[in-house]
Design a protein around this ligand. Structure first.
Ligand SMILES: C[S@@+](CC[C@H](N)C(=O)[O-])C[C@H]1O[C@@H](n2cnc3c(N)ncnc32)[C@H](O)[C@@H]1O
Length: 230
């Protein structure tokens, strides 16, 4: 009886998958915050002071945004949410691919939202809506989004379970979540370890919110493109 009560306190059921809901703590690594979720230490948030790095010209060859967007298989009418959108680097490019749809560019840093607004105005795209979220809720309207994109962002979420529940709530029934993450399996990828992700780790974390891997694109120099659905 006591064991059953202890298990009930430790586990939370989301959809069909049991989820160990408690975050644990460890001594912070150089690039981590000391909070551990499903065996993974969460990375530091990239501050808005580093925003120029997101707009660096080399990014076109290093991260190949056009190929990422092609892998998303967008329709012109799609509603897309770019979560952890930073300066809107992807939001603006996607907006041009969904002329009859729209893009929500969400981030938790007001300074990033300001930079995104400036970039959206400069790019003259009328279908990007910058949105300030919180670390536990992206504030997406329920059941409205065709595709969610998270580029180099998920590993920074300090409450990933709560964020993913909010993202799943925002998806249409056939909606998909597209992750672009530096390959954690490859030590040669020149990125700090907690800013990378393995497919096995991400798939375990997505199972916790009822998502499974439906497609992957592995033609980028350093990153996985992993597409999850219900
Ligand atoms: C490395 S930047 C990537 C920005 C953008 N996706 C890009 O590729 O240009 C990570 C972004 O995720 C944002 N972020 C971190 N935690 C977040 C959370 N819980 N919810 C939304 N955004 C978050 C940060 O503020 C930062 O702008």
């Amino acid at each position: 009886m006591r064991i059953r009560a202890a298990l009930a306190a430790c586990f939370l059921f989301v959809g069909t998958a049991p989820v160990f809901a408690q975050y644990t703590h460890t001594a912070p690594s150089d690039d981590g915050i000391g909070i551990v979720y499903m065996g993974r230490e969460i990375a530091h948030v990239m501050g808005h002071e580093g925003a120029d790095w997101l707009e660096r010209p080399e990014r076109l060859t290093q991260e190949q945004p056009d190929r990422v967007i092609a892998a998303m298989e967008l329709k012109p009418t799609d509603v897309v949410a770019d979560i952890g959108a930073g300066t809107g680097y992807f939001s603006i490019r996607i907006a041009r691919k969904v002329p009859q749809g729209s893009v929500i560019g969400e981030d938790i840093q007001p300074e990033m939202i300001d930079l995104m607004r400036e970039n959206v105005t400069r790019a003259s795209v009328g279908n990007v809506r910058p949105l300030l979220g919180s670390t536990e809720d992206p504030h997406l309207p329920a059941g409205t989004v065709d595709k969610v994109l998270l580029v180099d962002a998920y590993h920074e979420f300090d409450q990933p379970l709560e964020m993913m529940r909010g993202i799943v709530r925002g998806l249409k029934p056939n909606g998909q979540v597209v992750f672009v993450e530096y390959r954690g399996e490859d030590p040669a990828v020149p990125i700090l370890p907690h800013h990378k992700m393995t497919v096995a780790q991400l798939s375990s974390e997505m199972a916790a919110v009822g998502l499974h891997l439906v497609r992957r694109y592995e033609e980028l120099p350093w990153q996985h493109v992993l597409i999850y659905g219900r």
